[in-house]
Design a protein around this ligand. Structure first.
Ligand code: GDP
Ligand code: K
Ligand code: MG
Length: 270
C-alpha cells in the first residue's frame, strides 16, 4: 500500500526542518505545475511505500496567494492520506487559524506541535491532551530542530492510515452559522460526506473557485444565496467576516483552555 503524507503549516513553522528529518537524503525537488513555487517530495526514512510532500507555507486556505492555491489544489485534488499540520507552538494562536481550515477538508489530520523547546524555555505550558480533544485530532509534541517527536509523529500518521482513523471537525460555530452550513450541505448531494463541511463553508464565503468546481444549477445557487443573505442579516456582517470571526472565537476558547503562560498564569486570551 502506497501512503501519501503531506506537511502543511504556516511559513517558518518548521516544515522544511521536519521534512528533512523525515526524509533524509531521499528527496527530489521540482516546481509545482505551471508555477515557480518549489515542490519537495521524498520517501519517509526506512519505508519506500510512504512519501512525504513539503507544501508551500500558508496562513489560510483562501484562494488569494499562489502558495494558498498550490496547497489547496494539492490537498483537494491529490487527497493525501494524512495531513501533518505543523504548528509553531510558540505562536499557537495565529497558527491554529490554518488548522481550523485543514481539519474541515475531511482528510485525517495529525498536529506536530513544533518548537516545543521554545515553549518550555519560556516556562509556558500547553495541555496537549485537551488540545487534541478540543480540535478533534491527534497532537504530538515535536522539536524538529532537535529531532524530538519526529519518529512518533510519522509513525502515528502511518498508523492513522492503516487503522482508517478519521478526523471529526468540531461543529462549534455560532448557531446561525451552523444552521446555514447545514442547510447549504443539504444542497451538496454531489459532494462526498467527508468534504461537505469544507465545501459548505467555502460556498458560504462565496468562494468562486470552490463554487465553480461544483457546477451547481442556477436554482440551487439561488437557494444557497438566500441562505447566506439571511445569515448575514441575522449576524449583521458579511459572510467572509462571519466565518473569520467564528474561527477566532473558537480558537480563543481553545487557547483559554489549553495554554498557560508562566508570567501571568493566564492564557493569551485572558
Ligand atoms: P518552514 O518555513 O516552515 O519550512 O520552516 P523551517 O523549517 O525553514 O524553519 C524555520 C526556522 O525555525 C529555522 O531557522 C529552523 O531552524 C527553526 N526551527 C525549526 N524547527 C524548530 C524547533 O523545533 N525549535 C526551534 N527552536 N527552532 C526550530
Ligand atoms: K523558511
Ligand atoms: Mg520551508
Amino acid at each position: 500500500m502506497k501512503i501519501k503524507l503531506a506537511l502543511a503549516g504556516n511559513p517558518n513553522s518548521g516544515k522544511t526542518t521536519l521534512f528533512n528529518a523525515l526524509t533524509g537524503s531521499s528527496q527530489y525537488v521540482g516546481n509545482w505545475p505551471g508555477v515557480t513555487v518549489e515542490k519537495k517530495e521524498g520517501n519517509l526514512k526506512g519505508s519506500k511505500d510512504v512519501t512525504v510532500t513539503d507544501l508551500p507555507g500558508i496562513y489560510s486556505l483562501s484562494p488569494y496567494t499562489l502558495e494558498e492555491v498550490v496547497t489547496r489544489d494539492y490537498l483537494l485534488n491529490e487527497q493525501p492520506d494524512v495531513i501533518i499540520n505543523i504548528v509553531d507552538a510558540s505562536n499557537i494562536e495565529r497558527n491554529l487559524y490554518l488548522t481550523t481550515q485543514l481539519i474541515e477538508l475531511g482528510i485525517p489530520v495529525i498536529i506536530a506541535l513544533n518548537m516545543m523547546d521554545i515553549v518550555l524555555k519560556n516556562g509556558d505550558s500547553i495541555d496537549t491532551k485537551k488540545l487534541a480533544s478540543m480540535l478533534g485530532c491527534q497532537v504530538v509534541e515535536t522539536s524538529a530542530i532537535k529531532g524530538d517527536g519526529i519518529k512518533e509523529v510519522a509513525e502515528k500518521a502511518v498508523e492513522m492510515v492503516k487503522l482508517r482513523i478519521k478526523t471529526q471537525p468540531p461543529h462549534s460555530y455560532h448557531e446561525s452559522l451552523e444552521k446555514a452550513l447545514s442547510t447549504i450541505s443539504d444542497h451538496l448531494s454531489i459532494v462526498e460526506t467527508q468534504q461537505k463541511r469544507w465545501y459548505a463553508i467555502k460556498i458560504f464565503e462565496r468562494d468562486s473557485k470552490a463554487m465553480a468546481g461544483l457546477s451547481l444549477g442556477i436554482s440551487k445557487q439561488n437557494a444557497i444565496e438566500a441562505i447566506i443573505a439571511n445569515c448575514e442579516q441575522e449576524l449583521d456582517d458579511d459572510a467572509e467576516s462571519i466565518v473569520t470571526n467564528e474561527r477566532y472565537n473558537y480558537i480563543s476558547n481553545v487557547i483559554r483552555h489549553c495554554v498557560k503562560h508562566k508570567k501571568t498564569g493566564l492564557s493569551t486570551s485572558d
